[in-house]
Design a protein. Structure first.
Length: 141
């Protein structure tokens, strides 16, 4: 093996690694991750107004605050445990849309429980906002 081949190989490796080096944190600071936190922390604390404020106008057109509150309460009941903490695993942005993957953790009796969820976001005049599916609060666990 000659040195030029080795240099070429290392060059390819470095290019490939740099292309894979992006992490979900790469878009930190755009507001998407913060919108996800605001929304889920509102759900955890049962601060329905905070969670509702984080919704995209398309979701607000679908549900009033009262209707959203009933569905959010059903969402919590369907978890089967009292959520205590939020862990945002990733928040992948593509143009004006994003998808966040989260894990809610808490306890049910003496057991530690986890629930994985994903939520869509879309930009609006107010920044990133949560776009809920039409089945929100109706999903059976």
């Amino acid at each position: 093996m000659t040195v030029p081949n080795r240099s070429w190989t290392w060059g390819v490796v470095l290019v490939v690694l740099s292309g894979c080096g992006g992490t979900p944190e790469a878009h930190n600071g755009t507001g998407a991750r913060e919108a996800v936190r605001d929304y889920y922390e509102g759900l955890i604390r049962q601060d329905w107004q905070q969670a509702y404020t984080a919704l995209h106008h398309e979701s607000k057109k679908r549900w009033t605050l009262d209707a959203f509150t009933r569905l959010a309460q059903a969402y919590r009941r369907n978890l089967g445990f009292e959520p205590e903490e939020l862990h945002v695993q990733s928040c992948e942005e593509k143009g004006t849309e994003a998808v966040a993957h989260v894990v809610l953790t808490g306890r049910n009796a003496s057991q530690q429980r986890r629930y994985k969820d994903a939520v869509a976001l879309r930009t609006s005049a107010d920044g990133w906002k949560i776009l809920l599916p039409v089945t929100f609060g109706r999903n059976a666990r």
